[in-house]
Design a protein around this ligand. Structure first.
Ligand SMILES: Nc1ncnc2c1ncn2[C@@H]1O[C@H](COP(=O)(O)OP(=O)(O)OP(=O)(O)O)[C@@H](O)[C@H]1O
Ligand SMILES: [Mg+2]
Length: 235
């Protein structure tokens, strides 16, 4: 699903990533943890093709993305990668539904089709009744769930999240974390999540510890797994 080989990255004289090798399988929920400045965001940006490594190869969903030109790269990113950031980054002048529709529009879907799939995603997030709300009429937790719906609308190969629950209170945090696992169980969705939240890291399938630009530990959690039968809203 994702394969990184010998990734290095420097900003000026500061070497931020020092030869990262990483392989992530489909359906894995992986957390990346480590001290501030360890290179977590840089690594996630490279995985998400938002930044290029100095050396090394990045393969996502069978595609060598480091060889792609900018235009091919943005099309690939739009269809194959979903992003969730610490602050929702929804567009304030658009409704929740419209925000979720945007990546589908960019991918070339027509209005009706995009609207239907956006509503389907919002329904899955338990937000059907908030579809016409603008971001400032939504709670923090709701905004993040809209951001997750937007990340998922094109059914990406992987969702990359950078401290997605960093701005949420305990309750909304737990709800968002549960949502990731429900989406994995229901859609087989792969997630790579940078987090400082130990309660999240402790329940992911695997925790990659980054320090000074190197992977210092890569722990697979023994997990009995959960089975999700419900077909209603997830939250
Ligand atoms: N565009 C940039 N130009 C120069 N230096 C940068 C740039 N982006 C990141 N850095 C530096 O690279 C190092 C790693 O940054 P990165 O954002 O990857 O850390 P992080 O592990 O995500 O930290 P945090 O937990 O605080 O978010 C830091 O020392 C940072 O100052
Ligand atoms: Mg960071």
């Amino acid at each position: 699903m994702i394969r990184l080989e010998q990734i290095t990255k420097s900003f000026g004289s500061l070497q931020v990533l020092r030869g990262i090798d990483l392989e992530i399988q489909k359906g894995e929920v992986v957390s990346i943890v480590g001290p501030s400045g360890a290179g977590k965001t840089t690594l996630l940006q490279i995985m998400g093709t938002l930044d290029r490594p100095d050396t090394g190869t990045v393969c996502i969903d069978g595609v060598r993305v480091d060889g792609l030109k900018e235009r091919e790269l943005s099309a690939f990113r739009n269809r194959r990668i979903g992003f969730v950031f610490q602050f929702h980054q929804l567009l304030p002048e658009f409704t929740a539904l419209e925000n979720v529709m945007i990546p589908a529009f960019i991918a070339g879907q027509g209005r009706h089709e995009a609207q239907a799939s956006a509503l389907e995603m919002l329904t899955m997030m338990g937000l059907a009744d908030r579809a016409s709300h603008k971001p400032n009429e939504l709670s923090g937790g709701e905004k993040q769930r809209v951001a997750v719906a937007r990340a998922l609308i094109n059914r990406p190969a992987v969702v990359l999240a950078d401290e997605p629950s960093g701005s949420l209170d305990t309750h909304n945090k737990a709800e968002l974390h549960q949502l990731f696992f429900d989406l994995r169980d229901r859609l087989g969705q792969t997630f790579v999540i940078v987090t400082h939240d130990e309660s999240l890291a402790s329940i992911t399938d695997r925790t990659i510890h980054l320090k000074d630009g190197e992977v210092v530990a890569d722990n697979i959690t023994q997990n009995l797994g959960s089975v999700q039968f419900s077909l209603g809203p997830l939250v």
